[in-house]
Write a protein that binds this ligand. Structure first.
Ligand code: DOR
Ligand code: ZN
Ligand code: ZN
Length: 420
């Protein structure tokens, strides 16, 4: 016993871990099929915070998953969760619920918040809020002319860095090429991944912006993560550069499900940066996804209030919510045979885990974190406003009928979403 009869933190930790490991019964999912090593396998799985066993006739609190499939939790490496001075749009509580409801058990959150995540103090504040939310998280450090010299210290506190090379929400853009190069070099020295928003608002093409980012990465040997690639030319350029550059290519659901005709009809509601492009690009993206040219899917969840998105096109902010609809949209695509389940798990779980260093995530395996999504591939439902957890309260996918939905979601073994 420590002072005044209280248990020391060490004693508390020992008792807690004894409780977790010995007393608390493990959960067992029975009757379902597990996604293991690239295919579905009929087996039971038992877990506490981590996966204990994959076998038959396991002991524990049994949960019937007959007719369902069990996937590793999705890892969304591109979300904007707002909070602080923009908590009318979203905060970590609402966003965490939205993520988990959508089968996303880990997020990487962008730094263009208000205030931005560009100082050690803001990193600390953001982690406090994020820790109290439902979802596992990593955060990106933002870059400004003032904090370049602090990159080594910031690197110790963040999962990765994010550089905005063109104008967008939050005003963090750095357009000066030599300053961009210095940032690439300094981030490369830390060994952290550098995610970039390479698009400039006034640029002639996506490819011309991607080319600049690739050149910086080639010269600095940075580990590059290209956000929201969406055109045939841009994607081909980035894919071909893989010979010489360590680059990961991301796309987002809105470039797969919308084309400029939709933007003409729906105006500000589909205003996003970079903008939605042609139907030909959209079809090329689907083929490229299936062929393996694209490495990851990120939602680019960027919520703005309905009042803000009701403004005329030139005054409305850029961005669409998406963290809770990405998995259902993609499961629906799997049902329609636009994409294999294997590719979906690669781009939305395995590859993000590998790229951002989550060695115990992205795969169902003994010892890995019990971040699990139990999915019903048969269930059909409409995306409806009343069901949304995001605080912004709307979705660009409203009224779409989708087949394939999360039914149970476990984050480190805790059941945090149950649609049964
Ligand atoms: O549409 C966008 N919204 N693009 C961005 O680059 C930022 C994001 C946001 O934070 O609203
Ligand atoms: Zn961006
Ligand atoms: Zn973004």
């Amino acid at each position: 016993m420590g002072a005044r009869g209280k248990l020391s933190p060490r004693a508390q930790a020992i008792i807690f871990s004894y409780y977790e490991q010995v007393i608390r019964p493990l959960k067992v999912l029975t009757g379902g099929e597990l996604w293991i090593n690239g295919r579905l396998t009929q087996a039971e799985i038992s877990f506490g915070e981590s996966i204990e066993k994959i076998d038959k006739d396991l002991d524990g609190e049994r949960i019937d998953c007959s007719g369902l499939i069990i996937l590793p939790g999705m890892i969304d490496a591109h979300v904007h969760f707002r909070d602080f001075n923009d908590s009318h749009k979203e905060d970590w509580q609402s966003a965490g619920k939205a993520a988990v409801k959508g089968g996303v058990t880990t997020v990487l959150e962008m730094p263009n918040t208000n205030p931005p995540t560009t100082t050690l103090e803001m990193i600390r504040e953001k982690k406090k809020r994020a820790s109290a939310s439902a979802v596992n998280f990593g955060i990106y450090g933002g870059l400004t002319p003032e904090n370049i010299k602090n990159i080594p210290e910031i690197a110790k506190q963040v999962t990765a860095f994010k550089l905005f090379m063109g104008e967008t929400t939050g005003g963090l853009e750095i357009k000066n090429r030599s300053m961009q190069r210095e940032i690439f070099q300094r981030v490369a020295e830390t060994g952290k991944v550098l995610a970039v928003h390479s698009q400039r608002l006034d640029s002639p093409s996506e490819a011309s912006d991607i080319e600049v980012a690739l050149e910086h990465a080639l010269m600095s040997k940075a580990r590059l993560y290209l956000c929201h690639v969406r055109t045939q030319e841009g994607l081909q350029l980035a894919y071909d550069a893989k010979r010489d550059v360590d680059v990961t290519i991301e796309t987002c659901p809105h470039y797969l499900f919308f084309a400029c005709e939709d933007v003409e009809k729906r105006g500000s509601w589909l205003k996003v940066n970079p903008p939605i492009t042609s139907a030909e690009d959209r079809e090329f993206l689907w083929e490229a996804l299936q062929r393996g040219m694209i490495d990851t899917l990120g939602s680019d969840h960027a919520p703005h209030s309905q009042e803000e998105k009701s403004k005329p096109f030139d005054q409305a902010p850029f961005g669409l919510p998406g963290v809770e609809t990405s998995l259902p949209l993609m499961l629906n695509a799997v049902n329609k045979k636009r994409l294999s389940l294997a590719r979906l798990i690669e781009i939305f779980s395995e590859n993000p885990a590998k790229r951002f260093g989550y060695a115990s995530k992205g795969r169902i395996a003994v010892g890995n974190n019990a971040d699990l999504v139990v999915v019903d591939l048969e269930r059909s439902a409409r995306v409806e406003r009343k069901d949304l957890a995001t605080k912004c309260g709307w979705s660009p996918y409203e009224t779409m009928e989708l087949q394939g939905w999360p039914m149970l979601v476990f984050v480190r073994g805790k059941l945090l979403f149950d649609a049964r």
